[in-house]
Design a protein around this ligand. Structure first.
Ligand SMILES: Cc1cc2nc3c(=O)[nH]c(=O)nc-3n(C[C@H](O)[C@H](O)[C@H](O)COP(=O)(O)OP(=O)(O)OC[C@H]3O[C@@H](n4cnc5c(N)ncnc54)[C@H](O)[C@@H]3O)c2cc1C
Length: 368
């Protein structure tokens, strides 16, 4: 895939073999990488990718490993740990453009934005992982998505070997989705991302749960810092920040996306639930308007109505005791156990509602 552009191909410095990937993923499952290398610069990343190409090896780019399910067989190619650092902020027409290297920890960048009074990412506090992965699935939470602020993504195009810059619009963002995850999967190394933030802007409070939490704190006009604190509090209650003392800490966050169905499909499901008594008169099924007149349903609600609850165990994998959407490694789980539980959840929801849940994480050498 990579055009080498006359680059001389040598074995990357610091290359290791048979490196366990379970320790490099937040779920804590997965076998070894055949080869593994850390790249702290665009040049070393390009050279390592060129070597993998020349050797005929598949390439896996690794960030914080917080959205990966790696098979117990591991990965048979080169795992390129992309750790380009650096943050730069410039004022631009009343906004501030913050450019960060792919290897910057995401939450550190959010913390800095909030402390500087730059609005636009405050609701994305507490999300693990690195900057380079944020465009991949258009990272989002509590009514905010990175697509709202990403203005440019710096990439190495492995198809042409060229360095390029994509605009936010070029990324074709959608709900937990982008071209990087979809039609251009594996095509780009994301080297850095620029976010266009609003200096002195107000926080974005669109989510009822967040609003309620701020209310309970007696905060009527929250600042960016209040909002960040509230988001982290709410996330912590759901084990959605990684805390070494939390037994639910080994996960990839939400395992399934909220399904988006036609309005007619949503009505059919609701009518059936009314008929079988699951929904009492006056109760409604949770759902939110989505693009094109469709409805976004709550995957967690459907899973619970399919009879699977928090704390449910299957071997050493389980549903988080704090969050129905999170599958956790309860200690010593294999990837096979995680996948078996995910299949059970998907199949139970499909059998009950005719809706097929789509997983959020990336499966490496494995599938659902
Ligand atoms: C507790 C917890 C809570 C979470 N909460 C949320 C949430 O609220 N919202 C949300 O959207 N996500 C959430 N996630 C998922 C995850 O944190 C995000 O998707 C995050 O952006 C993944 O970043 P990462 O660096 O860990 O990526 P990785 O897991 O390392 O990689 C994910 C994918 O991106 C690719 N990739 C990574 N970096 C690059 C790069 N530089 N260039 C090209 N490809 C790359 C990888 O090859 C892989 O396909 C949560 C996860 C956990 C564990």
């Amino acid at each position: 895939m990579l055009a080498l552009n006359g680059m001389s191909v040598t074995r990357p410095a610091g290359l290791s073999e048979a490196v366990s990937l379970s320790g490099l993923s937040t779920l804590g499952v997965g076998g070894p990488a055949r080869y593994y290398v850390r790249a702290g610069s665009a040049e070393s990343a390009a050279a390592a990718a060129a070597w993998a190409f020349a050797e005929g090896l598949p390439l896996l780019v690794l960030g914080g490993g917080s959205n990966l399910v790696v098979s117990d067989d591991g990965f048979p190619g080169l795992v390129l740990h992309l750790l380009v650092r650096g943050v730069d902020a410039v004022n631009a027409d009343g906004a501030v453009e913050v450019s960060a290297g792919a290897g910057e920890p995401w939450d550190g960048l959010v913390e800095r934005a909030v402390a500087s009074g730059w609005a636009g990412v405050e609701c994305l506090s507490g999300i693990p992982g690195l900057v380079g992965a944020t465009p991949m699935q258009n990272v989002g939470a509590y009514g905010q998505d990175v697509s709202e602020t990403i203005s440019r993504v710096r990439v190495l195009d492995l198809r042409t070997g060229a360095l390029d810059e994509l605009t936010g619009a070029d990324c074709r963002f959608a709900y937990r989705d982008s071209r990087f995850k979809r039609e251009d999967r594996g095509r780009y190394l994301i080297l850095g991302v620029t976010y266009r933030l609003r200096p002195g802007g107000p926080p974005s409070i669109k989510y009822a749960e967040l609003e309620r939490h701020l209310d309970t704190q007696g905060i009527a006009t929250p600042t960016l810092a209040d909002t960040r604190r509230a988001v982290i509090d709410v996330r912590r209650r759901k084990s959605m920040v990684i805390d070494p003392d939390d037994p639910n800490r080994r996960s990839v966050g939400s395992f399934f996306m909220n399904p988006i169905v036609s309005a007619g499909e949503a009505q059919r499901i609701e009518a059936e639930l009314r008929t079988d008594g699951t929904l009492a008169p006056g109760d409604t099924m949770p759902g939110y308007p989505a693009a094109g007149g469709r409805r976004k349903l709550s995957a967690a609600w459907l899973i619970e109505r399919a009879g699977l609850h928090r704390g449910y165990r299957r071997g050493n994998a389980g549903i988080s005791t704090n969050h129905t959407l999170a599958i956790v490694n309860c200690g010593g789980a294999t990837a096979a156990e995680v996948v078996a539980l995910a299949r059970e959840i998907r199949d139970r929801v499909r059998d009950r509602f005719g809706v097929t849940l789509v997983p959020e994480p990336v499966f490496v050498n494995a599938e659902l």
